[in-house]
Design a binder for this molecule. Structure first.
Ligand code: ARG
Length: 455
């Protein structure tokens, strides 16, 4: 700060560099300037400074914004942070009247404001990114409405499901993620300025005016809390961690499905890389990276939780460590969503390989048990019969449909000719409950998905 007293500036160069946040908090220049302009206008409206002084300050700030945007601004590490860098430049541009801007304000409530504005800006972008991925999943589901695939538990074939049903399961996860970000907005959309360093300020300020100027819907209600609250950052990072967890599960399935053993899908060339030594390979690097980047997003969440743990009120310098993790979380999540949506758009489904995976029809075992239940056998008994029947069929190297009527009868007299009507198609069609995998239910789910995306 130009007008700095000795107390504000660190003299040891190493210590000064260690404490400086300008290498990363310069990213907040837009929010910082926007907040300062609103603050200056309020000061003038309240006659704490004159309209002429506010005019000079606002013009100065606007021209500093242009300098930064054009890459002509000299950020200086010795000025520590974004607030001081901008203020020092304001002094150069408009002289001593610049010193009036910081009336009724502290860097503590100023930084809190910058962060609230930043996260508030990023939430809708994040939601849009999730939406784009949901749209891609929905379209892939819609284009493969009739494809039946093995459903798994324990990664063992369990029961047939529609591929669209499987893809729409991820649509649901991402829908919840959007809701979480939306919920987090309520606690982000708050205006902390006016809290001062910690106790409020001794000037007749108008906090509601500043909030309106900045498009924030509430003002904070306790000054100590307002300068030391980073819950909204934790919430954003928690929502981001959950979204990345979902992304990592989808990534894992794509990696598995694109392997030569599964071969269910082909990931577009643009999203795979060859090996430098094995010419046959197409590695699903993008999916693997998204899976891997989940780790750093979890790390940032643990980081901010640990930074905030046991901090006494109010502001502590520890809190400066909130930013890099937040920025990296935003960048990692948004870029992962974007590249994933692109990848999903060009996924090719290999229906032949999927059908091939179910050529032995043991995946229909539950349906055979349900068949016996419908003929009057208690489910537990039916389960036992089919367990023995499956073992028998496997030992003979036969599928269910290759077993003769006599062989069925040997296991239960309840078996009739209609047992051969049990197919992959009948299996999925039978699961016609809300949330089930029948074609009608999945068509309904697709319509719902389209509605949710349009909203
Ligand atoms: N650079 C600080 C931060 O990011 C801004 C607030 C500084 N306040 C202070 N009293 N040192 O947290």
């Amino acid at each position: 700060m130009k007008s700095s007293s000795g107390r504000l500036s660190m003299t040891d160069e190493q210590a000064r560099n260690y404490a400086a946040s300008i290498p990363f908090d310069r990213r907040l220049y837009g929010q910082d300037i926007e907040g300062s302009i609103a603050h200056a206008r309020m000061l003038a409206k309240q006659e704490i400074i004159t309209a002429g002084e506010a005019g000079a300050i606002v013009r100065g700030l606007n021209s500093i914004r242009k300098e930064i945007e054009r890459g002509r601004f000299q950020f200086r590490i010795e000025l520590e942070d974004i607030h001081m860098n901008i203020e020092a430049r304001l002094f150069e541009k408009i002289g001593d009247v610049a010193g009036k801007l910081h009336t009724a304000r502290s860097r503590n409530d100023q930084m809190a404001l910058d962060l609230h504005l930043f996260v508030k800006d990023e939430i809708p972008k994040t939601i849009d990114g999730i939406k784009a991925l949901q749209t891609a999943l929905m379209e892939l589901a819609g284009a493969n409405k009739d494809v039946i695939m093995p459903g798994y538990t324990h990664l063992q074939q369990a029961q047939p499901v529609l591929l669209a049903h499987h893809l729409l399961a991820y649509f649901e996860m991402f829908q919840r993620d959007k809701e979480r970000f939306h919920d987090c907005l309520a606690r982000t959309d708050i205006m902390p300025l006016g809290s001062g360093a910690l106790a409020g300020v001794p000037y007749p300020i108008d906090r509601e005016f500043v909030a309106r100027e900045l498009g924030l819907s509430k003002v904070s209600t306790n000054s100590l809390d307002a300068v030391s609250d980073r819950d909204f950052i934790i919430e954003y990072e928690a929502a981001a961690a959950i979204t990345m967890m979902h992304l990592s599960r989808l990534a894992e399935e794509f990696i598995l499905w694109s392997s030569s053993e599964f071969g269910f899908i082909k990931i577009g060339e643009e999203f795979t890389t060859g090996s430098s030594i094995m010419p046959q390979k197409k590695n699903p690097d993008i999916a693997e990276l998204a899976r891997g980047k989940t780790g750093r997003v979890y790390g940032h969440l643990m980081g901010i939780l640990t930074i905030m743990k046991s901090l006494p009120l109010a502001y502590n310098r520890d809190m400066q460590e909130d930013k890099e993790g937040l920025f990296d979380t935003v960048d990692t999540l948004q870029s992962s969503l974007e590249v994933f949506a692109g990848m999903v758009r060009v996924i090719e489904v290999n229906t032949g390989r999927i059908a091939q995976a179910m050529r032995t029809d043991y995946i229909l075992a539950t349906d055979l048990a349900d068949y016996l239940v419908k003929k009057g056998l208690p489910f537990r008994k039916a389960h036992g019969v089919i367990a023995r029947l499956s073992e028998y069929a496997m030992s003979k190297g036969k599928t269910f449909r290759e077993l003769g009527r006599k062989e069925y009868r040997d296991f239960s007299p309840l078996f009739g000719g209609d047992v051969y009507d049990i197919t992959l198609e009948s299996s999925v069609a039978a699961r016609d409950v809300i949330g089930g995998t029948s074609p009608q239910q999945v068509a309904k789910a697709l319509r719902r998905a389209r509605r949710l995306i349009k909203r």
